[in-house]
Design a protein around this ligand. Structure first.
Ligand SMILES: [Cu+2]
Length: 70
C-alpha cells in the first residue's frame, strides 16, 4: 500500500470532492481517497500491485480536473 498526495486543481466544492472520491474508490486497488478542494489536494492510498499512479491521474482528469505534475 502506497499513499500519495496529488495537487489537483478545478475542484470548487464538496460536490467535486465527492465526485473524485467516488470515481477513484470504484477503481480496483484504491483503498482510500481524501480530497480537499480548498487545498487543491487529493490524498490517495492505493495498492501499487493493482493500479498505477498514471491510471489514477487519468481518472481524475477524465472528470475534468487537472492534476499538476510535480
Ligand atoms: Cu464542485
Amino acid at each position: 500500500m502506497e499513499t500519495v498526495v496529488l495537487d489537483v486543481t478545478g475542484m470548487k466544492c464538496g460536490g467535486c470532492e465527492s465526485a473524485v472520491k467516488q470515481t477513484l474508490e470504484d477503481l480496483n486497488g484504491i483503498e482510500k481517497v481524501v480530497p480537499n478542494h480548498k487545498l487543491n489536494k487529493v490524498e490517495i492510498a492505493y495498492s501499487t500491485a493493482t493500479i498505477d499512479i498514471t491510471q489514477i491521474k487519468q481518472a481524475i482528469e477524465e472528470l475534468g480536473y487537472k492534476v499538476q505534475s510535480n
